[in-house]
Design a protein around this ligand. Structure first.
Ligand code: F0G
Length: 451
């Protein structure tokens, strides 16, 4: 681990420690808060360790035609901006990142926004944004010589961790809430060889338990409380800025669960601004499900000074989290960028997901909160028609096929949940038809659909 270039800074009391001094649960000994990775050499303008923006942009362009495997990773391509390793030979990579930025044309038209994009993090190797953070923290685990890694998860972290651990040749332990994660994700953890334990608990309980376990055994914790995860997860901010030729969109809209992702993207844009790679930050807004909205409540009731845990309920199981670990970091990203924090209903999530699907993209339910949130921000006048908007789609549609099938079969939502939106939902549903095996029946089905 590169102890010369980086240190950890507590976001609560400001204490600074070396990476090697971090406790196994990554909480500050003094105040119990989390750490950020900090690069002291960046603060001295003209210092030899501070990346030069012009030089870096040139290097990044050159790397597009490089044959070095490190340059094929959308995370390690930016290695000067996350100098956390001593030896890049320790990198564990699955060619993560470099995810597509798609124009959401039909929805843009409906919402009367000229420039609406989705950054599809579901196109990562294990199908979610977690891969960008996992390559970073797993490489640190390897450099440090750990033999076993672990995470609590609503599914995607476990899929990513299991895959990267398998590539690194490390043993992995997954703690998940029994019956509360999508089968696609559970199957990945099993397939990649993790020891997968389903606990009679929720995500928050799993993370709490794991934080105790890592204090008793030499196991490296790979949840987003691990600050090196955040270093990898900040890189999509770099990709977005690069895609817009180092200008930044006006709005970035992110789903909120344990709140590591919004924190990471905030850090990415903040660091680019500090280094002079960009001249401003986008408004970063975080969207939660109504039934799992502790950050929304914290903003509403306490101006984000305290956060009271909630019992979380939502069909978007990825963000079924009531006590998010990184809430302070996420609140900072929202506040410093003038973004918003709001919640959306189960029906709004399902409708938004079907709309993203109908554009040929698709995503997980948790990702669709971003579009549902954008509709509200647009209706409230917080996003104008001339703004450039990027929605972070965090997971692939195949992660939770049951949700999609239930929606199209009309089995997902209860009558009360869809009250007043029946026609809108009916217009989006596309159940598979059971018909006779004759040309006439097939053509009649096609005609019926067209009508
Ligand atoms: N979207 C998806 C698809 C997720 O899997 C998660 C989190 C989020 C959004 C929320 O991101 O936690 O950084 O605010 N999934 C975690 C997991 C908790 O265990 O896979 P966050």
């Amino acid at each position: 681990m590169n102890e010369i270039l980086h240190q950890l800074r507590c976001i609560g009391c400001g204490a600074r420690i070396a990476g090697a001094e971090a406790r196994p649960d990554f909480r500050c000994v003094v105040c119990g808060e989390l750490f950020d990775v900090e690069y002291p050499g960046w603060s001295q303008r003209g210092g030899k360790d501070r990346p030069n923006p012009g030089g870096l942009k040139w290097v990044l362009r050159e790397r597009r035609s490089s044959s070095d495997p490190l340059d094929h990773s959308g995370v390690w391509r930016y290695r000067e901006l996350l100098p956390i390793l001593d030896n890049f030979g320790n990198v564990v990579s699955l060619h993560e990142g470099n995810t597509p930025l798609y124009h959401l044309t039909r929805t843009a038209k409906t919402l009367k926004i000229d420039r609406l994009f989705v950054k599809h993090q579901g196109m990562n190797p294990t199908g979610s944004f977690k891969d960008t953070g996992m390559t970073a923290a797993m490489s640190v685990a390897k450099e440090w010589g750990y033999e076993c890694v672990a995470c609590a998860s609503t599914g995607n972290t476990s899929a990513a961790m299991a895959a990267y651990a398998a590539r690194a040749g490390l043993k992995s332990l997954v703690l998940i809430p029994e019956g509360k994660i999508a089968w696609g994700k559970l199957s990945q953890a099993m397939d990649y060889g993790a020891v997968t334990c389903q606990l009679k608990s929720d995500f928050d309980g799993c993370l709490h338990l794991l934080s105790q376990i890592v204090k008793e055994a030499p196991i490296y914790l790979l949840n987003s409380v691990n600050p090196y995860r955040i270093e990898g997860q900040k890189t999509p901010a770099f990709e977005i800025a690069e895609a817009f030729d180092w200008s930044v969109p006006d709005h970035l809209i992110v789903p909120g669960g344990n709140l590591g992702n919004s924190s990471a993207l905030g850090k990415g844009f903040r660091e680019m601004l500090e280094l002079g790679l960009v001249t401003r930050m986008p408004h970063i807004s975080v969207i939660q499900a109504v039934g799992a909205n502790p950050l929304v409540r914290s903003f509403r009731e306490h101006q984000a000074t305290v956060m009271e845990p909630v019992m979380a309920h939502t069909r978007a199981t990825a963000i079924r989290i009531g006590n998010p670990a990184s809430w302070r970091k996420a609140a900072r990203a929202i506040q410093e960028t003038g973004g918003w924090c709001l919640d959306v209903t189960e029906a709004e999530i399902a409708i938004a997901k079907a709309e993203i699907g109908a554009e040929g993209l698709g995503c997980e339910p948790a990702s669709a909160v971003t579009l549902a949130g954008l509709k509200k921000l647009r209706a409230e006048g917080k996003v104008s028609s001339s703004d450039t908007v990027v929605l972070m789609l965090t997971g692939h549609t195949l992660k939770d096929a049951d949700y999609t099938i239930d929606f199209h079969r009309g089995k997902l939502l209860g009558i009360e949940e869809i009250a007043g939106r029946e026609a809108e939902i009916a217009g989006l549903r596309r159940d598979a038809l059971a018909i006779d095996a004759t040309p006439a029946a097939v053509l009649a089905a096609l005609k019926g659909r067209a009508g």
